[in-house]
Design a protein around this ligand. Structure first.
Ligand code: PLP
Length: 353
């Protein structure tokens, strides 16, 4: 396949780094590619960022057949552009594709197309420490049809958005609400795929949590409502005594790439690491006897997000005095140093553009 490039005549300007928010500004160009049963994936092209023109009957809008990814490009002090584990994102995109009956993509081709797009948009990558260019690959079902079945046509696109430092006011622990009434996903469902429906399912509880003054929801398992699953768009870790522990992937948890990075580094550092079931009762007990030392989320947006407080019904669990613990701090520094080229890439996670 030949990638065609149509350049925008009048280029936009990137907002000042200090004014960048998340997901509000987009770059000049995007990548597009179409799928049909006859042609497979075809017509890959980089062209000016533009609205999509879709029939109101487009299947994605009615039945949610779509998937996405989220990763970032980082600019180092020397101006080098780096991607962090991008092939893992596209492998996961293909897993999500299989889960939602969407045709998979050729990872090598997409990597080359993404690099071409990033070189074209290099002035859109912010430079201040902590800032980055967020990359959103997306696939949507495009048949104009109201019957329920897998679509026969798809659009793949990649859009780019310069984003500010996640912690503008320092490394701030978040408060999370453990939902008793709502669940995000169940085993056998679509919880392990990055697909819009999982976010739709999370909104009611998220709004409830916000009303109570909590930033995010921590989900329990959908069957027994007893075991910890994950947070909004982050996986969750706890330090109990000297063990770093996270819920085992069970089919309803999103397999985070940051989660895998945390597990890999913590093992490499000789820490005691486990992936296992963690019940809410175990956490309450560990909090009570002082062995719950830290809690933190992991995800592309914030890398490591320390948890200062967790609320479950009437119980409020304050963790590490509401401060950031040493394990969260060390992991965040290690991962961001690799991303921004300040530390050696010991795990071969970086792909240069
Ligand atoms: C994307 C996502 C994560 C984090 O995955 P990363 O690859 O680490 O960014 C965790 N949970 C959910 C529900 C997600 O969508």
């Amino acid at each position: 396949m030949e990638l065609s490039i149509t350049e925008k005549k009048e280029k936009g300007t990137r907002p000042e780094d200090a004014k960048l928010a998340f997901g509000t500004t987009f770059t000049d160009h995007m990548f597009n590619m179409d799928y049909s049963i006859d042609k497979g994936w075809h017509n890959p092209r980089i062209e000016p960022f533009a609205n999509l023109v879709l029939s109101p009957a487009t299947m994605m809008l009615h039945y949610g057949q779509g998937i996405f990814e989220g990763l970032k490009a980082y600019k180092t002090e020397t101006g080098e552009i780096r991607l962090y584990r991008p092939r893992d994102n596209f492998k996961r995109l293909n897993k999500s594709a299989k889960g939602l009956c969407i045709p998979t993509i050729d990872i090598d081709f997409i990597m080359e197309s993404l690099k071409t797009l990033l070189r074209l948009e290099k002035n859109w990558i912010p430079e201040t420490p902590g800032t980055s260019l967020y990359i959103r690959p997306t696939v949507i079902a495009t048949d104009p049809y109201l019957g329920v079945r897998a679509s026969h046509t798809y659009r793949f696109f990649i859009i780019l958005s310069p984003v500010g430092a996640y912690y503008s006011a320092g490394f701030n622990p978040v408060n999370i609400w453990i939902s008793k009434d709502h669940v995000r996903a169940v085993r056998g469902g679509i919880g392990e795929f990055k697909t819009p429906g999982n976010y739709a399912a999370s909104l009611f509880a998220s709004e409830q949590a916000k009303k109570e003054g909590y930033a995010q929801v921590l989900w329990l398992d959908g069957i027994e409502r007893k075991y910890i699953e994950e947070v909004g768009a982050m996986n969750i870790f706890f330090c109990i005594n000297d063990e770093v522990v996270t819920p085992k992937l069970n089919g309803s948890i999103l397999p985070g790439i940051t989660r895998d990075s945390v597990l890999t580094l913590a093992k490499r550092w000789g820490m005691k690491v486990s992936e296992r079931k963690i019940s809410i009762d175990e956490l309450i007990k560990a909090h009570g006897d002082g062995t719950l030392k830290e809690a933190f989320g992991s995800g592309t947006a914030a890398v490591i997000s320390p948890v200062g407080e967790m609320r479950y019904g009437d119980k409020v669990l304050t963790i590490a005095d509401g401060k950031t613990g040493p394990v969260a701090m060390k992991l965040n520094k290690a991962i961001t140093d690799i991303q921004y080229g300040k530390a050696e890439d010991t795990e071969a996670w970086i792909e240069k553009v």
